[in-house]
Design a protein around this ligand. Structure first.
Ligand code: FES
Length: 106
């Protein structure tokens, strides 16, 4: 199972095993990683599951679809590596993925 590391805003790392086909958001919520609110439950309609993909992983996670990009406009402190974690579906290539949690959600 791919391992994903979430780095909380205070620098605390949370390493979780993420089942294939689940989303990066779902695994954060399941393991109570602080800072992911996911108010809409993964419908790409709230922007409170915002994360920064580690620079080394942006090629693997790819670019947001237009709907995600539109919703990212509502996120706090958006950067080039910003993604909505509910739109990142875990696949084998995600093993070792590192994402950082922003200071706060929208
Ligand atoms: Fe709402 Fe991701 S959980 S946009």
């Amino acid at each position: 199972m791919p391992k994903i590391t979430y780095i909380a805003f205070d620098g605390t790392p949370y390493e979780v095993e993420a089942p294939l086909g689940s989303t990066v958001m779902e695994n954060a919520v399941k393991h109570m990683v602080p800072g992911i609110e996911a108010e809409c439950g993964g419908a790409c309609a709230c922007a409170t599951c915002h994360v920064y993909v580690d620079d080394a992983w942006t090629a693997v996670t790819g670019s947001p679809e237009p709907m995600e990009e539109d919703m990212l406009d509502f996120a706090y402190d958006v950067r080039p590596t910003s993604r909505l974690s509910c739109q990142l579906k875990v696949k084998p290539e995600y093993d070792g993925l590192v994402v950082r949690i922003p200071e706060r959600q929208a």
